[in-house]
Design a protein around this ligand. Structure first.
Ligand code: ADP
Length: 637
């Protein structure tokens, strides 16, 4: 009996979420953005009045009150008054205004005056279906006009409606309208946003909003209301790739129900899922939706599921299909809108919210700050409030994430500093590898043979221990030069030594690998395995490989950690490009080579290398002697 009650309770919770969801998907969500004082509130007030959503008495009363106080009535007052009283037929809550035209229902999300729209949009509290950008035609395009347009672009909005307000202030000048429109369209084209329609309006007098202006004979339409009603809200494609962020776990007797909203793909009984970051695979055993579950659920549906096996699932985990799961990474690049007066600090820990997950992160590097005014890169890397910047972010945990080109909604995150939202952004993973450990390798009945000559026997004979000397650093930093010279010197001293060069391996063993993050990872794995074989043969192996990612070098170290030494061959990008031994930097700068470390692909400096050789300040002999001495100290008896 108790169990039934529980189930009912669960059912209602799920239904509640589903209802909320329906409300969200069926009514197009409209957001109005623009520079301060360009007329967002007046426009909404006027529009609600013109479509008949405001009672006449309310309007008259407000007009009289304004007259009494000797101030000119403004439609923005209407919005304030409605928000204060909320006694109208229309529903206003703190951030949303529901309204209808003759054709359909809508909701303005983030009522202006509330001033939270940027925060809400960035945090994903609301994502707009239709975006309207208002420009005061008299003042022209201002800083926030551009910033807000850029923000819409970051949030994945591809086309917008532009309203040129206050036409009455410029004597309804067609020329002024055409010029402002031209300027704005130029900017929108640069950032890749399409202008769906442009309309010259006056919120004050109601021109071209719901009825055609008598003052602009040169404009024959369309009216704003018609543009809105005809705006096709893009139907989200039902992707087969599953993303199901876990919102909660309900315990019902023995059952553990995993609850969440499907962000993409479809889920039914029997669907195979992988849970991240644990990387565990299970099947969907049942779907728990009250009163009766459908066969299949799709994007936007809120459901509860039980799993075929008891695995540890927590709020914030991401379930996905097993073929295209999100990457797991503890480092990523991002394009971020900085919302706080506080400066970014690399020493600070921020709280990152992504989908339903929360992680502690730090800002590793400010790659660049973009001037939204002209889209140039700012010379000085200081980030101020409302700046757009590119950051490299680091976490000590692995975070499941998608690149924003794959899915704008799951690739969105925000950063908090002591509960204040300081930034919102999108994830750019193209430069970083998946750090997932392959958990389930196919079982192939393999039994390794023991070697007949042991490693110790070999060491005793050669008079030194085997070792992996891993030289990491930018291209041209000096890895090969140092390795070749050290190899020669150690060989003369009768040590068993061999040099494995990244470029040489790429001609043979690794010739099927390119320079994507995944291929670089495989390149490192294979090289480390070859190095391991050499150590088993008793050799000291000098590996020269850029190996740009910390996580991958750690994996290489983990293969034989007691024999592994990380040597950082340090030289700045400037020094290496000046040397440009192989002419590669010139090609990378001209764009001929893509994913080139230091130029178009990241290099993560070692945090605690066993030895640093700074070739910017040392000459070749010094560097070679230093490494030779180090190896002799570490490995000879
Ligand atoms: P990598 O193998 O790291 O790509 P290379 O060894 O091919 O780099 O090239 C490094 C270049 O830098 C060579 O031309 C070398 O003469 C020069 N160089 C200058 N100083 C040093 C140094 N201290 N150690 C090694 N190379 C140096």
């Amino acid at each position: 009996m108790k169990r039934k009650m529980f189930l009912k309770d669960l059912g209602q919770k799920v239904i509640c979420k589903m209802k909320k969801n329906l409300e969200n998907t069926e009514v197009p969500k409209v957001v109005v953005v623009g520079h301060v004082d360009h007329g967002k509130s007046s426009f909404i007030g006027r529009f609600l009045f013109d479509v008949g959503e405001v009672q006449k008495e309310k309007f008259d009363e407000l007009k009289k009150a304004s007259e009494r106080r000797g101030v000119e009535f403004e439609f923005a007052f209407l919005l304030d008054a409605l928000q204060d009283e909320r006694d109208q037929g229309i529903t206003i809550d703190t951030t949303r205004i529901f309204f209808k035209t003759k054709l359909r229902k809508y909701v303005f999300i983030d009522a202006p005056g509330h001033k939270e729209f940027i925060r809400n949009m960035i945090t994903g509290a609301s994502s707009a279906d239709i975006a309207i950008l208002i420009v005061d035609v008299d003042e022209g395009i201002k800083q926030q006009t551009k910033k807000h347009a850029y923000l819409l672009k970051l949030l994945g909005i591809e086309q917008i409606i532009t309203l040129f307000n206050k036409m009455d202030k410029v004597n309804y000048s067609e020329e002024k309208y055409t010029q402002t429109k031209f300027d704005l369209n130029k900017y929108l084209a640069e950032i890749g946003i399409k202008c769906h329609s442009s309309i010259p309006i006056s919120s004050k007098l109601g021109d071209n909003i719901v009825s055609l202006s008598k003052n602009m004979k040169w404009y024959s339409g369309p009216l704003f209301v018609n543009v809105l009603d005809n705006f096709k809200v893009s139907e989200t494609k039902i992707s087969e790739v599953i993303r199901f962020p876990v919102q909660d776990i309900y315990k019902i007797g023995e059952k553990r129900v995993v609850v969440g909203r499907i962000e993409s793909g479809r889920i039914s009984k029997g669907t195979k899922l992988i849970f991240l970051p644990s990387n565990e695979r299970v099947d969907v055993k049942t779907i728990e939706v009250w009163p009766k579950a459908k066969k299949e659920y799709v994007i936007g549906d809120c459901i509860g599921i039980t799993l075929s096996e008891q695995i540890f699932v927590d709020k914030g985990n991401m379930a996905s299909d097993t073929i295209f799961p999100p990457k797991l990474t503890n480092r990523f690049e991002s394009i971020v809108f900085w919302l706080s007066e506080k400066k970014i600090s690399s020493k600070k820990k921020y709280f990152m919210k992504i989908n339903t997950g929360e992680y502690e992160v730090s800002v590793n590097r400010i790659k660049r700050v973009i001037d939204t005014e002209n889209l140039n890169i700012k010379k000085n890397n200081t980030v101020y409030k409302n700046d757009v910047c590119e950051l490299v972010i680091h976490s000590s945990q692995l975070i499941p994430m998608d690149d924003y080109s794959f899915n704008k909604s799951t690739a969105r995150f925000c950063l908090l500093d002591n509960e204040e939202i300081v930034a919102g952004g999108i994830i750019d993973l193209k430069n970083y590898p998946d750090q997932r450990e392959v958990k389930e390798l196919p079982k192939r009945n393999i039994t390794p043979e023991n070697y007949s000559v042991s490693e110790i026997d070999r060491s005793m004979k050669f008079n030194h221990r085997p070792g992996i000397i891993w030289l990491t650093g930018l291209s041209g930093s000096g890895k090969s030069t140092i390795a070749k010279n050290v190899e020669k010197k150690l060989f003369k001293r009768n040590l068993n030594v061999f040099s494995l060069d990244g470029d040489n391996l790429r001609i043979g063993l690794n010739k099927n690998l390119a320079f994507s993050p995944e291929d670089r990872t495989e390149n490192i794995r294979r090289t480390a395995e070859v190095a391991k074989l050499f150590t088993q043969a008793g050799f000291i192996v000098l590996v020269s490989l850029i190996s740009p990612y910390r996580s991958e070098r750690k994996k290489a170290r983990d293969i034989r950690s007691e024999l592994f030494r990380e040597i950082y061959i340090k030289a700045s990008v400037e020094v290496c490009s000046k040397r440009d031994v192989k002419g590669l930097y010139a090609k990378a700068v001209s764009g001929e080579i893509k994913n080139f470390t230091g130029i178009s692909s990241p290099y993560e400096e070692p945090e605690k290398p066993d030895l640093v050789i700074n070739t910017s300040i040392e000459d070749v002999d010094e560097s070679v002697n230093k490494l030779e001495e180090y190896i002799l100290n570490e490995f000879s008896f």
